[in-house]
Design a binder for this molecule. Structure first.
Ligand SMILES: CCCCCCCCCCCCC/C=C/C(=O)SCCNC(=O)CCNC(=O)[C@H](O)C(C)(C)COP(=O)(O)OP(=O)(O)OC[C@H]1O[C@@H](n2cnc3c(N)ncnc32)[C@H](O)[C@@H]1OP(=O)(O)O
Length: 735
């Protein structure tokens, strides 16, 4: 784990814990023992600490936070103290990742040499903790309170150049960092390095503490539903005190965070996200035993609201991207929109000017389908009309090379229209596609495992977190969160007079956005489209009744007609959203939705008109209003989604609860500090949720989302821990 190598009078401690050299208990012990050995050896004059696997250290071993292997070794605090107190100078040779505990190790050394491409960060805040191995005290002393208050509460990655500008590293090299560190070591032998002991310094800007802390509070306020950002600020601010006092404050805050439920959930989310790449298919095919052809070129066919976002994902990954539309104007518009997205990336310094031009050079117009004949994958962005899609894919089937994969959300309909059903798969991007990292990949009954492998690998290449699900009607992530949104609409219809009450309840819980604000952002039309599709599946045609709805809006006496819409058989649908859309409200897009929006300010403004529309709607529907408790709002919005999550598992649409959690976190702004919808179920207690689901099922038999999931019933009754839920679902007979 740590190899000790001596060359002449320099000892090197090589950290070797692939893939990212995390500071497991053995690594900590190895560094600690290595420093002691070098200090005891009179032939050693300087020590270099470096990482094998072409990386320095990416941080503490996160698995050990919740799952100690029982191996008692030194703590990271002891390691950092041991490094700083070394009687011989210690030089860190830093490359690739220098993060978290790895950065704490580096700043406890006396000198730091870094490769120019090193990525530095204190990402602890994203795991619900803080750099509690003296990082909050040493970093501001080495750099400044200003820089530490920028870096530690945000967790942002910074470059070697920024590290150098802020005194966090002493030298940057373009190549061979280890050799540079050895050379450097030979120049500091026998020199006094006492002043290099970080804890002995004071931050250079303590007189600015008040202003810097206020600024940090303002900058990070959006994340204050999580404890860690605030605690990071407090801990860094304590660096203005004498070192020992500051350290006690760091310890105290670290202890509170480490033992909080939020830290547990955030660390769970870290691994859940990574577990999605370990996909499995029925029949034993999986990410390990199945290879897919690399996707080096794609064609996006059609253009809509999301096209430019999708295109830029491929351009950034340097994948040749063809945009195929029948009109030149449509192609040009996609190019302009993609250029604007990349220009914005450049403005925000996410990419360099050079990268901007390189990425754009991967864009190609395709005026004729022949131009895209040789692409590795075609991505469907055509209008929602299945007949048009089938027609175009039939043509492409004749033109494209046999190995071209077709990605569409209408898997079965496109598969049956082509001679390559094995090569047809679903890819669902989330808007805006250039920002949202979730990619839902759906396999159909005939999709080949190699097609799945190719598209899952493509997802990784374009830096998406890809979740594999089996194809059923609709997007799984929509289904998961949609039931909770329907509940919000029903409660509004049934008596809540202020949409903010429901939105606030969800935002207090930590959702990025309340239910009605989300409807407005997604757009009324998109929400109604989902309703339209659901009703179509039940044999109803929403649009057939549109004129009747219009008429009855002008005539309160048409309540009978309304009742028909309201129920559609024995099932209730959230028709108030439909009513608003018929009234011309499109959501944020045209400034009118459940809230109002002005052109200057896109923040939602409470709209009293909604109450008036609601009152008329209730009258026509014959709805008897009632009051709602906060608890009912909370339970109906969230427990309905939990129940749906269990159904998605038992129907074998998703493979494991982590996949569902990632969809809720990355697709719908579910609070990361809760871990995801299934993790929420585990923390709340499945028994409690099951009881509530059964209660609402009795109260609302016209809302099928309350039929209890069999899997939920079983795990609740038998009190089964979350780690077995996926296994049990797989062992249940197919529904
Ligand atoms: C009980 C009370 C106690 C109170 C005590 C109070 C005092 C506390 C003192 C202790 C204080 C500790 C302070 C230090 C904390 C930390 O260091 S926390 C960790 C900080 N570091 C990170 O968060 C980095 C996490 N990793 C990443 O962001 C990325 O992995 C990467 C480094 C940027 C590399 O990305 P990429 O190349 O895309 O690879 P991945 O797919 O993400 O990862 C590859 C595999 O490595 C696993 N992994 C990565 N990092 C870690 C890690 N830090 N620990 C464990 N495992 C890690 C990752 O899961 C992947 O594994 P597989 O999925 O199995 O392939």
């Amino acid at each position: 784990m740590v190899d000790y190598v001596q060359e002449n009078n320099i000892a090197t401690l090589w950290v070797n814990n692939p893939p990212v050299n995390s500071l497991s208990s053995n690594v900590r012990q190895g560094i600690y023992d290595g420093i002691a050995r070098a200090n005891d050896d009179p032939t050693v004059k300087a020590i270099v600490i470096a990482g094998r696997n072409r990386t320095f250290i990416a941080g503490a071993d996160i698995k050990e936070f919740s799952n100690s292997d029982g191996n008692i070794s030194v703590s990271l605090v002891e390691v950092t103290d041991q490094l700083e107190n070394s009687s011989k100078p210690v030089i860190a040779a830093i490359e690739n990742f220098c993060m978290g505990g790895g950065l704490e190790v580096a700043i406890s050394c006396h000198y730091r040499i870094a490769h120019h491409k090193t990525r530095f960060a204190f990402p602890e805040v994203n795991l619900g903790i803080l750099p509690g191995a003296t990082g909050t005290q040493r970093f501001p002393r080495l750099t400044s309170l200003r820089f530490a208050l920028d870096i530690i509460p945000s967790g942002r990655v910074f470059s070697a150049e920024e590290a150098f500008d802020n005194s966090a590293v002493d030298k940057i090299v373009d190549d061979k960092v280890y050799e540079a560190a050895l050379n450097f070591a030979s120049t500091v032998i026998d020199k006094d390095f006492n002043s290099r002991r970080t804890s002995k310094r004071s931050p250079p800007d303590t007189d600015l503490l008040g202003d810097l802390v206020s600024k940090a509070y303002v900058t990070n306020s959006k994340r204050f539903k999580e404890l860690a950002p605030k605690y990071c600020i407090k801990a860094v601010a304590a660096a203005a005190k004498p070192y020992d006092q500051g350290l006690l404050i760091e310890r105290d805050l670290a202890f509170q965070l480490f033992t909080s439920g939020q830290a547990n959930a955030l660390q769970y989310a870290f691994f859940a996200e990574r577990s999605t790449s370990k996909w499995e298919l029925p029949g034993g095919f999986n990410w390990k035993n199945t290879n897919g052809r690399p996707i080096n070129s794609v064609a996006i066919v059609g253009s809509g609201k999301m096209t430019a976002g999708i295109v830029t994902c491929f351009l950034r990954a340097k994948i040749r991207t063809f945009v195929f539309n029948t009109t030149e104007m449509a192609n040009r518009q996609v190019f302009i929109n993609s250029m604007n997205i990349l220009a914005n990336d450049r403005k925000k310094r996410r990419i360099t000017a050079e990268e901007y031009y390189i990425y754009l050079s991967y864009f190609t117009y395709a005026k004729s389908p022949k131009i895209i004949a040789k692409v590795d994958a075609v991505i469907d962005d055509l209008p929602q009309d299945v007949n048009i899609k089938r027609d175009i894919f039939q043509k492409l089937d004749r033109i494209c090379k046999p190995s071209t994969i077709f990605c569409t959300m209408e898997i079965e309909k496109i598969a049956s229209a082509t001679k390559r059903p094995k090569m047809v798969i679903g890819t669902h991007f989330f808007a805006p596609a250039n920002v949202m990292r979730l990619l839902e990949v759906e396999y159909g009954p005939e999709t080949a495992p190699r097609t799945v492998a190719a598209i899952m690998n493509m997802g990784k290449k374009i830096r998406k977190v890809s979740v594999l699900v089996s194809n059923r009607t609709g997007v799984v992530a929509n289904r998961l969160m949609g039931v909770g949104t329907d509940q919000a609409v029903f409660m509004l219809e049934d008596g809540i007079n202020d949409q903010r009450l429901i939105d606030n309840c969800m935002e207090d819980f930590g959702m990025a956005m309340g239910k009605f604000k989300t409807i407005d952002i997604i757009g009324m039309d998109a929400n109604v489209d989902v309703l339209r599709k659901t009703l179509n599946e039940q044999g109803y045609d929403l649009d057939e009744n549109r004129n009747m709805v219009r008429k009855s809006l002008n005539n309160f006496l048409h309540s009978y007609t309304y009742y028909a819409f309201f129920k559609y058989g024995s099932r209730r649908y959230p028709l108030f959203t439909y009513e608003l859309s018929v009234l011309g409200k499109k959501g944020e897009r045209n400034g009118y939705g459940y809230y109002r929006y002005t052109t200057e300010n896109r923040q939602p403004i409470y709209d009293e008109e909604i109450v008036e529309i609601l009152k008329n709607y209730r009258k026509r529907m014959g709805i008897q209003t009632r009051t709602f408790t906060y608890q009912e709002i909370f339970e109906r919005c969230l427990y309905s989604s939990v129940n749906e999550g269990f159904k998605i598992l038992e129907e074998k649409i998703a493979h494991k609860p982590q996949d569902i959690d990632v969809m809720s976190l990355m697709g719908y702004g579910f609070p990361r500090q809760v871990g995801g919808i299934m993790k929420f179920a585990e923390t709340t207690g499945t028994e409690r949720i099951y009881e509530a689901v059964c209660r609402y099922n009795k109260l609302y038999p016209d809302q099928p989302c309350w039929r209890p999931s069999k899997l939920l019933e079983r795990v609740a009754k038998e009190n089964i821990p979350m780690k077995y839920w996926g296994q049990i679902a797989n062992s249940m007979s197919k529904l």
